[in-house]
Design a protein around this ligand. Structure first.
Ligand SMILES: [Mn+2]
Length: 329
């Protein structure tokens, strides 16, 4: 279908557009498409990542020598949106598409926005797939195009990323992974492309936060509190991994206070507490700043002394948790 569309439109140059702060699935899917369009002589292609890609994607790009740009849309006759469900996810570059100045095709595994779909020339969307790379593999298969081992490995990388190392893989994912390995793809190399080493200073911060950890128990919920000068979010996440139901880590120095809150799904279910709304917003007021976020991850910025704010913070959080449990009874 994509092939027919391209033979009809005959664009000289195609932009492969990926979302802001693109993850490895978006980048690898775009890369494999670029190789497909060029090797089958359908069009020249350029990967455009508005405002750049994520830190991990940068590492993947270095590993596979994938080149991407943050501009050049003007010289393209067609855009292919990869792993991108709405035009808003393209930042300022989406403007040209919103204004209808450039036709676009969508290739994605997210549930798309109806408005974005209705203006598209062609949509190849399958939300039953766990990654965009699987969809790109399907396009290769439909066209009968040959995969090089490098492209196969790149597609495996995107799949491993979006499925958290195949944890969320479904039957189709495993079939595609099998075919990619048969085509010469290396799971080992894909895994190593995604391996992240945690910074030394970040590991020190996590361990210091652990050293200062104060534990409270409310019913059968474990609440962990601590303070650290930086990497408070990383410390809070590590407490959840250790087994805390709720982690509150106060960070900052020299009069600046940041608070990072994380909780488990079980905590959310048992207490009904939304960290952003029920804790972060009020903590933000308490430190003369602002707080907010999601149900299981939130943050606060304000002023004060992190260490001396911790007891007040702890008292407030424990109160909210206790009263939410009473309400639930
Ligand atoms: Mn994806």
């Amino acid at each position: 279908m994509l092939e027919e569309e391209l033979r009809k439109l005959k664009p000289k140059r195609v932009a492969l557009l990926i979302h802001l702060n693109a993850d490895p699935d978006a980048l690898c899917a775009a890369y494999a498409l670029k190789r497909l369009l060029e090797s089958s002589k359908l069009a020249k292609a350029r990967i455009i990542a508005p405002e750049g890609v994520s830190k991990l994607s940068k590492q993947v790009a270095d590993e596979f020598r994938i080149r991407f740009y943050d501009s050049g849309l003007n010289s393209c006759a067609l855009a292919i949106l990869v792993d991108t469900a709405t035009l808003e996810q393209l930042g300022d570059l989406g403007g040209m598409l919103v204004r209808g100045e450039l036709p676009y095709v969508m290739i994605d595994h997210h549930t798309p926005h109806p408005k974005t779909v209705s203006s598209a020339t062609l949509c190849l969307i399958d939300s039953s797939l766990t990654s965009s790379c699987e969809l790109v593999y399907r396009i290769y298969a439909e066209m009968g195009a040959k995969l090089t081992s490098k492209v196969a490995t790149a597609l495996l990388t995107g799949i491993l990323y979006d499925t958290r190392g195949l944890l969320h893989a479904n039957d189709n994912t495993i079939e595609v992974v099998y075919e990619l390995i048969r085509a010469g793809g290396s799971l080992k190399r894909a895994r190593s492309a995604l391996r992240v080493e945690v910074d030394f200073s970040e590991r020190v911060a996590r361990l210091k936060a652990a050293q200062r950890l104060e534990l409270s128990r409310v019913d059968d919920l474990l609440l962990a509190f601590s303070h650290v000068s930086s990497y408070e979010a990383s410390a809070a996440r590590s407490f959840i991994a250790l087994g805390a139901d709720l982690a509150v880590v106060v960070g900052g120095k020299e009069g600046e206070v940041r608070i990072s809150l994380r909780c488990s799904e079980a905590f959310r279910r048992k207490t009904g507490i939304h960290l952003g709304r029920d804790l972060a917003e009020k903590l933000g007021e308490m430190v003369g700043g602002m707080g907010g976020g999601h149900a299981t991850a939130a943050g606060v910025n304000g002023v004060g002394d992190p260490e001396s704010f911790l007891p007040k913070c702890r008292e407030f959080v424990e109160e909210v948790v206790k009263s939410s449990l009473l309400e639930k009874e």
